[in-house]
Design a binder for this molecule. Structure first.
Ligand SMILES: CCCCCCCCCCC/C=C/C(=O)SCCNC(=O)CCNC(=O)[C@H](O)C(C)(C)COP(=O)(O)OP(=O)(O)OC[C@H]1O[C@@H](n2cnc3c(N)ncnc32)[C@H](O)[C@@H]1OP(=O)(O)O
Length: 208
């Protein structure tokens, strides 16, 4: 469950202003912080559930995909919409999605940057359950977690971490490479132009 200033947003994803005209003194910390959050959450030895009580685009969707189970409240949207911004979901965003939905669904979703409604997300397996509201999402999360009381904790932890091993190992060994790819990608004028247009679209939507 994320605590947001907006009651309708689980997470709006990465701060686009950090990628639009990125400041050289901040960009490294920005991206490595995200890598570290992913490593900690995707690689957590604890069972994890995302109770998604609001919209969850891109980085928001990624946070929920780090968890083993996703419960979402009705009438929100979720997805890796990077291509809609003219950017590309990094390899580890994609592998996180592939841990939840079949390759074919992921390919269609990622290439189109599709955002799914709660019901659509349930249908393709991007989320596991729908909750009627925040309290129900918490109750359902507790129910999911309680099943592990009967499972040996070491057996559960080793099973989870073995399943996630190759993605985690790739990141541990390639943090620097991944950072350099990010910096050179967002530095391209064509990418900056796309982000500018996307931000203008957000402002225009808000002005209506
Ligand atoms: C070859 C391989 C190379 C790979 C290299 C890597 C490439 C880079 C990878 C980067 C991965 C990026 C991940 C991301 O997370 S990108 C961010 C994606 N997020 C979005 O698209 C969300 C956009 N926002 C919305 O859809 C809506 O705002 C939202 C549904 C979240 C809320 O709607 P609501 O109506 O409640 O609010 P407003 O739209 O009016 O927005 C309010 C203000 O907030 C600003 N805003 C919203 N989201 C963001 C954001 N993510 N970053 C910055 N600012 C954001 C919006 O502009 C409004 O601002 P103002 O009040 O100032 O006008």
């Amino acid at each position: 469950m994320s605590q947001q200033s907006s009651p309708t947003v689980f997470s709006a994803g990465l701060d686009i202003m950090e990628m639009y005209k990125p400041k050289p003194d901040r960009v490294k910390e920005f991206w490595t912080t995200l890598q570290d959050v992913w490593l900690a959450l995707y690689g957590s030895s604890f069972p994890t559930v995302a109770a998604i009580n609001g919209h969850s685009p891109a980085g928001g969707c990624l946070l929920s995909l780090c968890c083993e189970y996703r419960i979402m409240c009705p009438n929100y949207s979720i997805g890796l919409n990077e291509t809609k911004l003219g950017i590309v979901a990094p390899k580890w965003f994609m592998s996180s999605m592939l841990g939840a939905i079949p390759y074919r669904e992921a390919e269609l979703a990622l290439t189109s940057g599709r955002m799914f409604s709660t019901d659509e997300a349930l249908k393709i397996g991007l989320i596991d359950e729908v909750a009627s509201d925040k309290a129900d999402a918490i109750a359902k999360s507790e129910k999911f977690l309680s099943q592990f009381a009967k499972i040996h904790p070491i057996a559960r932890k080793l099973t989870k971490l073995n399943l996630r091993h190759s993605a985690l190992e790739w990141m541990q060994e390639n943090k620097e490479l991944d950072l350099n790819i990010f910096i050179s990608f967002v530095g391209q004028p064509i990418v900056q132009k796309s982000l500018e247009k996307y931000l203008e679209g957000l402002k225009a939507k808000q002005a209506k």
